[in-house]
Design a protein around this ligand. Structure first.
Ligand code: FEO
Length: 170
């Protein structure tokens, strides 16, 4: 059994991870519309990873005998001004998710819920990677995408990203 406030936060995080998947799918769709299939691929893979994150929260709740509460996933409802815009929005979104994970960690720490803290450790380091990847995308875009040839090369690089299952298994 877990503390019910922690259960609430974990269920909310599950929803946020599903929203992340929805948001990145929306970005993949935007790039598909722009015929940038590499950027599309990168965000499509990212959306798959976010679904995995949601399933890890689901499994953790179930493993602890808690109910999983699925709530409405909001529409991304984003308008993208240019090719760089989703990259910036993705980075900002990851910072928001990091903050959200940290808040659950803080709540768990306050009540000495060491099990949840240990579970969240994986997400703490994952968020470090997520933010770095998102920031790298912006930097690469600024460096290389200034002309059509550079954009083409960067798109080709983004196309090489392949999905890998999360290293955390519950
Ligand atoms: Fe599930 Fe991108 O953090």
């Amino acid at each position: 059994m877990l503390n019910q406030e922690i259960v609430k936060l974990l269920n909310e995080q599950l929803n946020k991870e599903l929203f992340s998947a929805y948001l990145y799918l929306d970005m993949a769709n935007y790039y598909a519309d722009q015929n940038l299939s590499g950027f599309e691929n990168w965000f499509f893979v990212q959306a798959q990873e976010e679904r995995d994150h949601a399933m890890l929260f689901r499994q953790y709740l179930l493993n602890n005998g808690e109910s999983v509460i699925l709530t409405e996933v909001a529409a991304p409802n984003e308008k993208y001004n240019d090719y760089k815009d989703p990259l910036v929005k993705a980075f900002n979104h990851e910072k928001y998710v990091t903050d959200s994970i940290n808040k659950i960690y803080e709540a768990a720490m306050k009540i000495k819920d060491f099990r949840t803290m240990q579970f969240l450790d994986w997400f703490v380091s994952e968020q470090g990677e997520e933010e770095k990847n998102a920031d790298d995308n912006i930097k690469k875009y600024d460096l290389f995408a200034g002309d059509p040839k550079g954009l083409y090369m960067l798109d080709s690089e983004m196309k090489a990203r392949v999905y890998t299952a999360p290293s955390l298994v519950l």
